[in-house]
Ligand binder design. Structure first.
Ligand code: GCU
Length: 338
């Protein structure tokens, strides 16, 4: 009896599966299916990858197979900086890149990546999903060949090196890898260290060989890339909550029907919320993995760091337009508190 029930379940599963696959292949092969390749520099286990998988399924279904999203993780299409160029030319349809890189196309993005600008993840998410605050900014790079579809949460960044960091003085003389932007160089100087810009994939070897003394990143990268092997102390300076931006080639975006564009806009908002939920769980697991492999976590008082980076806030808000964005972000913190 048990065997028959099992066989029945198996057949039912196979029928369902073949129905799904059949539908997918049929529509995928339709001549009007547009494949959009997405470049991603991190592994399939990353919350952004999972959120994009969900996004892809929704897009395929809701556009009746007019668009198919194909994800290329692990830098298969190149490091982030190069993929921005590929998206500009249309060789790749989409890429997920750090906000710091987009800053090089429109300096105003640096406001989104200021140290200590967000009070919490919820504050940050409320900003990213509010078109009145970021809508125009996200479309501002259209003349450079791409539009920003969304900003994904990318964790809280903390410094790691081979000694505990409790104060800005502890960072004195230490070369810390940072993402490739001027704002990050200045930020690390105010925090006490020396910022060394390079691609994330080079951090392990550079630290191991002593070219740099460590890096600053979220727990996922620290654990996934085994950076704990070369930099044992992970100190919660909590200085950055810098987003990753999903960018799309401008011609692809412009070429969509209004109906399809509305579906993209709606589904990417859903994926943004989903990613934030997934992040929490994965960060805890990553922290545990690092700990089991000998990492030590340090909890400095962050007030001194916060004080030290204030001049960077002042410098970047000299321009009234930048100041307006800054004020809107800060005002949002008060709104969600109440
Ligand atoms: C984070 C971020 C990535 C970025 C990386 C980096 O992991 O999510 O987009 O590539 O930091 O430090 O370069």
């Amino acid at each position: 009896m048990k065997k028959r029930i099992f066989a029945f379940i198996l057949i039912a599963l196979m029928v369902t599966l073949s129905a799904c696959t059949g539908k997918q292949t049929e529509t995928t092969n339709a001549s009007n299916t547009q494949v959009i390749k997405v470049a991603f520099n991190q592994p399939e286990t990353h919350p952004q990858y999972k959120a994009m998988e969900h996004f892809g399924e929704q897009i395929f279904e809701r556009t009746n197979g007019a668009y198919k999203i194909e994800l290329y993780p692990n830098e298969l299409l190149g490091p982030q900086r190069e993929t921005v160029e590929l998206v500009q030319t249309g060789a790749v349809g989409m890429s997920i890149v750090a906000n710091s890189l987009v800053e090089n196309f429109n300096k105003k993005f640096s406001i989104l990546g200021l140290p200590y600008i967000y009070d919490s993840k919820d504050h940050q998410n409320a900003v990213f999903t509010d078109d009145a605050i970021v809508g125009e900014l996200f479309k501002s790079t259209a003349d450079k060949g791409f539009t920003v579809l969304t900003a994904f949460h990318a964790g809280v960044r903390n410094v790691y090196t081979n000694k505990p960091i409790n104060t800005p003085d502890d960072l004195k003389g230490l070369k810390i890898r940072i993402m490739e932007s001027d704002t990050n160089v200045k930020m690390m100087r105010y925090m006490g260290g020396v910022g060394t810009p390079m691609a994330q994939s080079e951090v392990y070897t550079a630290t191991q060989s002593g070219v740099i003394d460590g890096g600053e990143n979220n727990e996922l990268i620290y654990a996934h890339m085994k950076h704990y092997e070369v930099a044992k102390y992970y100190s919660y300076t909590q200085h950055l909550m810098i987003p990753d931006l999903l960018i799309i080639n401008q011609d692809i975006y412009n070429g969509m029907s209004e109906e399809h564009r509305a579906i993209f806009d709606e589904e990417i908002k859903n994926a943004t919320v989903l990613e934030l939920d997934l992040w929490e769980v994965d960060a805890e697991i990553a922290k545990k993995t690092a700990e089991e492999n000998g990492a030590e976590f340090v909890y400095p008082d962050i007030k001194l760091f916060q004080e030290n980076v204030k001049p960077l806030h002042e410098e970047l808000t000299q321009d009234p337009e930048f100041k307006e964005l800054y004020d809107n972000i800060r005002a949002k913190a008060e709104i969600i508190k109440n």
